[in-house]
Design a protein around this ligand. Structure first.
Ligand code: ARG
Ligand code: ZN
Ligand code: CA
Length: 254
């Protein structure tokens, strides 16, 4: 067992209007959520249905705003950039100064999180391990980041970042992205095969793909339910995260 891994985080706040220039307290509230969710220390873990309680994993991952910048100077781990772009999409424009965004800090040393206005109802997106270094990290909608300030319900629980960092650590969507076909899954044995994403606040059990009696594990962070309805990663997901930290993201294990 590798033990606890702490990711140095840089948050790039890329704002067009002043309201998008979220304050330090909102950023700190997001870091707090990550440190609870990735240690199974979130208070709402108590809402996991009994049948899945034994699968809850402590991923032994912690997150801390960087205290040293790439040049070795002290930093608060927050980069603020004013942009002319009124919104960004999933095409990585926010990740480069040349396109109105902010250049990443070395992506093998820092978890880069860009916070900005996103179009098309997008809450966030992530790059999986093994992709191009210059776009590595996660992007989160400003109003879906943290739990205070401009964070807006039902995405004011900080779970968009929990979900996107799950992808960054090599987790797939729990339904396997097969649009209801039940033919693909998330490559995790202890999450039930599930047809499609769930949204809102489903009632337990929600049976699809012959996964009764317990049905879809919609309380998992890798589904699409509301922030106040997702509470857990499983041991099988933890094994994927461990493999990622032994492999493509081993540079974070010091
Ligand atoms: N990539 C997903 C989206 O933009 C993120 C969903 C996160 N879900 C949540 N409850 N915060 O829709
Ligand atoms: Zn996702
Ligand atoms: Ca599964």
């Amino acid at each position: 067992r590798r033990g606890v891994v702490t990711f140095p985080v840089v948050v790039h706040v890329v704002y067009n209007d002043a309201g998008q220039n979220i304050d330090g307290a909102q950023i700190a509230s997001q870091i707090d959520v990550l440190n609870r969710d990735y240690r199974a220390a979130n208070p709402d873990v108590s809402k996991v249905p009994d049948v899945w309680r034994s699968l809850v994993v402590d991923n032994e991952c912690q997150f801390a705003l960087a205290t040293t910048d790439p040049l070795g100077k002290p930093t608060d781990g927050i980069v603020r950039v004013k942009t002319d772009q009124t919104s960004f999409d999933a095409n990585d424009g926010v990740k480069a100064a040349a396109t109105g965004g902010s250049d990443p800090w070395p992506t093998d040393q820092y978890l880069n999180i860009w916070v900005c206005r996103l179009g098309g109802g997008l809450l966030g997106y992530a790059q999986f391990p093994g992709g191009p270094p210059q776009t590595d990290g996660v992007v989160i909608l400003d109003t879906a980041f943290g739990t205070t300030g401009t964070a807006a319900p039902p995405y004011d629980g900080g779970r968009t970042a929990t979900h996107e960092i799950g992808h960054w650590l090599d987790l797939f969507h729990i339904w396997g992205d097969d649009d209801g076909a039940c033919t693909n899954d998330d490559r995790v044995a202890d999450t039930p095969n599930q047809a499609d994403s769930n949204t809102g606040k489903p009632k337990f059990p929600h049976v699809t793909c012959d996964n009764g009696p317990n049905g879809d594990m919609f309380v998992n962070y890798m589904d699409y339910v509301d922030d106040d309805t997702m509470f857990m990663f499983t041991k099988g997901q933890g094994e994927r995260i461990n493999a990622c930290l032994d492999g493509p993201r081993a540079s974070f294990v010091v």
